[in-house]
Design a binder for this molecule. Structure first.
Ligand SMILES: [Zn+2]
Length: 676
């Protein structure tokens, strides 16, 4: 990091920023987060600043000095976060800070995606923060400001091996918040250091001015490091100022778990039904973590993936409870007597969980950074009102992933209790959850007598009066809020939650419309949680980004894995008929025969109340459901029924064969209707 002169603000930017500012001020005037309002930031405004700021730092990220990818949209970020700033203490969140600086020219920085992904909303200060909306007073930020006046070289000490060491409080916070010792970056700095040292070793004394200029030109990558190496070289061997180099001591003040942690890769070897499986997370999106969604039929090992990750990441106690006999997890067909799961974290840590045939206990090697986790099985039973949260084992919420009868926590009484969740925290949480209900400001969440209520259009309803779709997605979100916010102490801003969520059969309880939205809704409410989800239902694939979809297929006893993509913006019919979904496999002879019988009964005048018709319909829903998810099955049955009703006269026996194409056509028309 070096100091950079901030260019002056282009008039065109100032104009757009002023408009954006007016909109933010209106939100603040309505009460901001206290009125459960969310600031609506216009990212196109920042785009207008990108070119000017990019040039000022020669295309380099101002934090890590790597050449930032110019094609990426994640070029302009904020020194002070645009809202929900986090402090040094876990869960310390300032919901309104710093909305009024979101478009302020002096607050914009040119940053690479990696630094931005690490920094997120972290902005620790010493003492008091600025007054919301007020002038920048005497706030003392701990994060170094590359456009400021404080020379970063007084806070950061670069070593020859590419690592950087804090030599002040601010240096320490800056290194941790931006993850400046991430392995790929250290490696690149090590190469730069080696090159610089070889140039210096070969240079005459005194070093020619042209060599000096070339070595320390601000346009070069890692020039903060190069300048320090040069300075030390001159102190050591320079003719004029030969002197002892004083090496400052390392200073640390921040808690070790302040930095963002995420998982980059999972390897599963001879574990469960897998011989070898590698799952790699793709690059992050603009401000959100990548997902992994595994699509496959039953028996393709989807749940094993989730359980393998859960077992590797949970505590030893939880592991013993969830999987008492480790030897059962070694692949039965493998010749090897051991199987393992290996997880690689962003900061270079690796964790390895091993099972062997001879032992009931897992062995774990490697370091597990502070990392929060929750997991849910396919039967996410909603809790009864009478269930208290206290019965739940402390630690990560994983029981439901291993035991279908373990219900979700009853988060409602907890959320509704002001002693557990203070009023301001509740407002922060409520404003996040409202995104899920795809309502804006007409709705407000409130609480009374241990119950949560939603006030919409002048009426107040209890949460259990909401539709199933609302309820199931809300129950999951509330459980996540309890797991990450309450139990893991990450505050109540769902946007700031960090960690991993494992969900088996994402589509459960959701209507088609909700399935189409579930990925984008969860992503916008929990942008920094990494989700690994499985599904049977292609409707849930909507909203996935490149690199996120993984297909599993079992063929001749072997499971094959393939990463593929769903092009964005597909219609329901395109999703349903894509190559990633073998629609034909759902229409096996038995299903077709049942559909035929159903059709014939309806043609003969039997209504839906007729026991035979009802039986067939029920059976078809179950059969089709096991292939494709219940709602799709229901749609197919309805489609078959409609086809029947439309045909005026009973057809001759030879013509009654309902073709695949007819069913497919009906199905698609129906799906389109239901999802528009
Ligand atoms: Zn960077």
């Amino acid at each position: 990091m070096i100091l950079i002169t901030r260019p002056s603000q282009p008039p065109a930017y100032a104009e757009r920023a002023a408009l954006g500012q007016t909109a933010l001020e209106a939100t603040a005037a309505e009460g901001g987060f206290k009125a459960q309002r969310r600031y609506d930031f216009d990212s196109s405004i920042w785009l207008a600043a990108r070119e000017v700021l990019r040039e000022a730092s020669y295309g380099k990220c101002v934090w890590c000095e790597s050449q930032a990818d110019y094609t990426s949209l994640a070029g302009i970020e904020h020194y002070r976060p645009k809202h929900r700033a986090e402090g040094l203490r876990k869960g310390e969140i300032h919901p309104d800070h710093y909305w009024w600086l979101a478009y302020s020219w002096d607050n914009l920085v040119f940053s690479c995606e990696n630094c931005n992904r690490a920094k997120r909303n972290r902005f620790p200060v010493v003492g008091k923060r600025l007054e919301p909306g007020g002038p920048s007073g005497a706030e003392q930020p701990l994060l170094l400001d590359p456009y400021g006046t404080d020379d970063p070289s007084e806070h950061l000490w670069f070593e020859d091996d590419g690592t950087v060491r804090p030599i002040s409080h601010r240096g320490d916070v800056t290194i941790e918040v931006l993850a400046l010792n991430r392995p790929d970056l250290v490696e690149r700095r090590r190469e730069a250091a080696a090159l610089t040292l070889s140039v210096l070793a070969a240079a005459p004394d005194p070093i020619p001015v042209s060599t000096l200029a070339e070595l320390t030109a601000p346009r070069r990558e890692y020039v903060g490091l190069r300048r320090q190496l040069l300075e030390r070289h001159q102190l050591r061997v320079g003719t004029e100022a030969a002197a002892e180099i004083s090496v400052p001591e390392t200073v640390t003040i921040v808690p070790p778990d302040i930095g963002a942690v995420w998982i980059e890769k999972v390897d599963i070897v001879n574990f469960g039904c897998f011989h070898e499986l590698e799952l790699r997370f793709s690059a992050p999106g603009e401000g959100y973590e990548p997902w992994i969604v595994v699509l496959g039929a039953n028996g393709s090992g989807k749940s094993t993936i989730l359980r393998a990750i859960a077992l590797a990441l949970c505590s030893e106690d939880a592991r013993r409870r969830l999987a008492p006999d480790a030897s059962k997890y070694v692949n039965r067909d493998a010749r090897a007597s051991r199987g393992h799961v290996r997880i690689r974290f962003n900061q270079g840590d690796e964790l390895r969980l091993e099972a062997s045939r001879g032992s009931r206990h897992f062995t774990v090697t490697g370091r597990r950074p502070e990392f929060a986790l929750a997991g849910y099985g396919p039967t996410r039973l909603l809790p009864h009102r009478t269930t208290s949260t206290s019965h739940r084992a402390t630690g990560p919420q994983l029981a439901n992933l291993f035991d279908p009868w373990a219900s979700l926590a009853n988060a409602e009484p907890w959320l509704a209790d002001p002693r557990q969740v203070p009023p301001d925290d509740f407002k922060v949480l409520a404003s996040s959850l409202k995104t899920l209900m795809s309502v804006t400001d007409e709705i407000a969440l409130s609480r009374r007598s241990g119950k949560m209520r939603a006030r919409m259009f002048n009426t107040t309803v209890d949460l259990d009066e909401l539709s199933d779709g609302y309820q199931s997605i809300l129950a999951l979100s509330l459980d996540l809020s309890l797991a990450f916010g309450g139990e893991r102490g990450q505050g109540y801003s769902t946007e700031n939650f960090e960690g991993m969520v494992l969900i088996d059969e994402l589509e459960v309880h959701l209507h088609p419309e909700w399935k189409m939205r579930v990925v984008s809704d969860l992503r916008s409410v929990f942008p920094h949680l990494q989700f690994v989800a499985t599904t049977h239902d292609p409707l849930c694939l909507r909203g996935l980004q490149p690199g996120e979809l993984h297909l599993l297929e079992r063929r001749d006893g072997t499971i094959t894995h393939q990463q593929t993509d769903v092009p964005p913006g597909l219609d329901a019919d395109e999703i349903l008929t894509g190559s990633w979904f073998g629609l034909d496999t759902t229409l096996d002879p038995k299903v077709q025969a049942d559909l035929m019988q159903y059709r014939n009964l309806r043609l003969a005048g039997h209504g839906p109340d007729d026991p035979a018709v009802a039986d067939l319909q029920h059976g078809l829903e179950l059969t089709l459901g096991s292939y494709t998810g219940t709602s799709l099955g229901r749609v197919m049955v309805e489609a078959a029924g409609e086809l029947v009703a439309e045909q005026a006269a009973p057809a001759a026996a030879a013509d009654t064969k309902l073709t695949k194409d007819q069913i497919k056509e009906r199905l698609l028309a129906h799906a389109r209707e239901r999802t528009e």
